[in-house]
Ligand binder design. Structure first.
Ligand SMILES: Nc1ncnc2c1ncn2[C@@H]1O[C@H](COP(=O)(O)OP(=O)(O)OP(=O)(O)O)[C@@H](O)[C@H]1O
Ligand SMILES: [Mg+2]
Length: 144
């Protein structure tokens, strides 16, 4: 056990707010770094959280990002209200993106976020309902 165990870090993510976008993931990364987590695990958690946060900002109408630190794993959950993803296998394909012009001008829209989240996770779950919203749940094991 460590002092970080069973900590819940939760953030409201505002759609289209490109000023604060990334702050939640940065806070999660800083917390893990300051609590002595393995740097490689911190890196994976930071990438997974950042990509999930940006997808809420860019593709949804707003949502929540949560990091739950358990003794054996870090659970990162992104839940949003929005259009949902009509074709999940297509959305998971590297290079597929529906990002709009504004997001692309800021460097987003490579279509790499979801594939990267999956790569960074030991377990990756995504569910979505058209016209309602999307949930992504990622489990990162703390011990190999
Ligand atoms: N939360 C979401 N709500 C609705 N659609 C989403 C959501 N997340 C992803 N998508 C859809 O899946 C596509 C692929 O997402 P992914 O994160 O891989 O790429 P991207 O966000 O378009 O670009 P990048 O992440 O490389 O900046 C998006 O373009 C969008 O169509
Ligand atoms: Mg993305």
């Amino acid at each position: 056990m460590s002092s970080a165990d069973n900590t819940k870090l939760q953030f409201e993510i505002i759609a289209r707010d490109f000023i604060r976008a990334g702050d939640a993931a940065a806070t999660i990364k800083r917390y893990l770094g300051q609590h002595g987590f393995d740097p490689e695990l911190v890196r994976r958690a930071a990438v997974a959280a950042y990509e999930a946060e940006m997808n809420i900002v860019i593709h949804s109408r707003g949502g929540m990002l949560t990091a739950l630190i358990e003794p054996d794993a870090i659970l990162i959950t992104a839940v949003d209200v929005g259009p949902g993803i009509p074709d999940i296998p297509l959305a998971m394909t590297e290079g597929f993106s529906t990002a709009d012009e504004e997001a692309r001008r800021m460097g987003f829209g490579a279509g790499m976020g979801l594939p990267n989240m999956k790569k960074c996770s030991d377990k990756f779950e995504i569910s979505s309902q058209r016209g309602t919203g999307t949930m992504v749940r990622m489990t990162l094991n703390r011990h190999k």
